[in-house]
Design a protein around this ligand. Sequence first.
Ligand code: FMN
Length: 194
Amino acid sequence: MGRERRLFVAITGASGMVYAQRLLSVLPEAYHRVYVTASDNALDIMRDELGVHSLEELIPKGVGSSFSVFSPADLYAPPASGSHDYEGMVIVPCSVGVVGRVAAGVSNDLVTRAADVCLKERRKLVLVLRETPLNLVHIRNLALLAEAGAIVLPASPAFYHKPQKLDDVVDYVVDKILCVLNAGTRLMPEWCER
Ligand SMILES: Cc1cc2nc3c(=O)[nH]c(=O)nc-3n(C[C@H](O)[C@H](O)[C@H](O)COP(=O)(O)O)c2cc1C
């Protein structure tokens, strides 16, 4: 039997909660277990942007058994330890605040500790950044994290695929996340020569 595929998704206080919602909806196609947490700021923005009042409401119906939800304060959660076998972590959307804390090595909650674990264990750490414009502090922090092995994936949709609705725009970004994770499932057809 193959190894159980496990991924950690952390939702932080940036705009773009719909990216997290869509990613969670598709991950059970690729992963046996998805660990999830959301910062307190993320929960506030989730309420504003999606009208949901808890992280559990973001978990897709029918596949709930694939998910484990943790408090962002829970440093006993499995992804907080390098000895727990999981493939990596996606921070989506990723605030510049959490970028700064991870870049500074501050590991005082589950999000920053697991990010630290992923870097030290050389596992995937995908930062779906949502901020614009970027100041020099953001850029230096991102450069440091990229040098340490993180994948900086700005939530920056393209338009060459001629999106017809908001879902198409969202899917473009979520598809990029799935690609860099090597998830083995896609939302968009790959680009081919015309
Ligand atoms: C409505 C709203 C939207 C926000 N959007 C962003 C954003 O897109 N990017 C960002 O980096 N911070 C954004 N912020 C600021 C962060 O929420 C704030 O810096 C917070 O401390 C981040 O906390 P966290 O990283 O612990 O989730 C937003 C705040 C609010 C209230």
